[in-house]
Design a protein around this ligand. Structure first.
Ligand SMILES: Nc1ncnc2c1ncn2[C@@H]1O[C@H](COP(=O)(O)OP(=O)(O)OP(=O)(O)O)[C@@H](O)[C@H]1O
Ligand SMILES: [Mg+2]
Length: 336
């Protein structure tokens, strides 16, 4: 029995670009899937296919139990979508925009008003509610668009980078709204660039790159896969990098990444705080002066670089000492 969102072998090409290259997904009902990946990975294209806005070249998709290609109209009635770029009517006020959505979904005028007021409050838009959306800032539009997607609570929701461009307070507010929605039984597919966000909201994460799902699991599983916590050290003198590298290699579980120009060394570790103390002692004992040292959890960058760097490592033959350089190179290639 497929989940509330199911995709199998989705392929979509735009000229030479293979935007989707065989995407498989399965999201159990009432759970949140976080779709992570760099720019151009195929996240929006996946969302567009699943929400009936784009026909794939091949593959199959089922949303809320309905075949997306065979019955797009029916699918549309069961889903909500908040796109990457806000789709609000510029010439209506915030309040009018939300009421209009309610009316489109056949709410009574009274219910539509009540829901609009509630959401305006929720998304900190009450003060601006009666200004036309054209005068809103980017973050305000974003919030209005999200509020519009939440006027009705469909069983399956899609949100494409919902918190990009939101300030911390509003991001927090949105997370709370999403959590409420999901505890009410909604299934959600959310794309994001922030591991922190996926961490907090997603039951499962799928990492996409070049139109393919390259890794899947819970946030903890993905982090464990790349080595849990990291010790990060910035040494004072360039001349001591090699010594520091040797010490960290002895303590860590994996290659030491070295960034020569910033004099920064990073190594994955297991058993954080104790090892951190040990690292400081050893560095001190061997006369390595430290500018900065700390323990940190992996970021999306770490997960991503590590996951994609893997192929590069195999291709390059896997020399440990060039790991840092290669990781950096791999990343730069991805920045558009
Ligand atoms: N309508 C289109 N015409 C041509 N190429 C497209 C079109 N839509 C997407 N692409 C290409 O498909 C690839 C995947 O794009 P997509 O928008 O799905 O990426 P994304 O993961 O959402 O990226 P971002 O993080 O930047 O939003 C990119 O190379 C993009 O240029
Ligand atoms: Mg996108």
């Amino acid at each position: 029995m497929p989940g509330a969102i199911y995709a199998e072998g989705l392929v979509k090409t735009f000229g030479d670009v293979r935007a989707l290259d065989g995407v498989d997904l399965d999201v159990p009902e009432g759970t949140v899937l976080g779709l992570l990946g760099p720019n151009g990975a195929g996240k929006t294209t996946t969302v567009r296919v699943l929400t009936t806005l784009l026909r794939p070249d091949s593959g199959r998709a089922v949303v809320a139990g309905i075949d997306v290609l065979a019955h797009p109209h029916q699918v549309r009635r069961s889903i909500g979508l908040s796109g990457q770029f806000a789709a609000v009517d510029e010439y209506l006020t915030g309040r009018e925009n939300l009421r209009m959505v309610g009316r489109l979904y056949q709410m009574s005028a009274r219910d539509a008003k009540r829901r609009a007021d509630e959401l305006l409050e929720r998304f900190n838009l009450a003060d601006a509610a009666d200004r036309i959306a054209k005068t809103y800032s980017g973050g305000m539009r974003r919030r209005l668009d999200l509020a519009a997607a939440l006027v009705v609570s469909p069983p399956v929701m899609f949100m494409d980078e919902p918190t990009t461009g939101l300030d911390p307070r509003n991001r927090q507010a949105l997370w709370e709204v999403i959590e409420e929605l999901v505890s009410g039984g909604t299934t959600l597919l959310l794309t994001t660039q922030y591991l922190e966000e996926a961490d907090r909201l997603a039951h499962d994460i799928a990492v996409v790159d070049h139109g393919k799902v390259i890794a899947r699991g819970t946030s903890d599983q993905l982090k464990a896969r790349i080595g849990g916590e990291r010790i990060e050290v910035i040494v004072h003198d360039r001349d001591t990098i090699r010594t520091a590298e040797e010490i960290l290699r002895g303590l860590g579980r994996g290659a030491v990444a070295v960034e020569e120009h910033t004099r920064k060394l990073t190594v994955p570790v297991v058993g954080g705080a104790k090892l951190l103390a040990e690292a400081i002692r050893e560095l001190d004992g061997r006369g390595v002066e430290i500018d900065d040292v700390g323990l940190r959890r992996p970021t999306l960058d770490d997960v991503f670089i590590s996951l994609t760097g893997h192929a590069a490592e195999e291709a390059a033959g896997g020399d440990e000492n060039t790991e840092g350089t290669r990781e950096t190179t791999g990343r730069k290639e991805r920045v558009k």
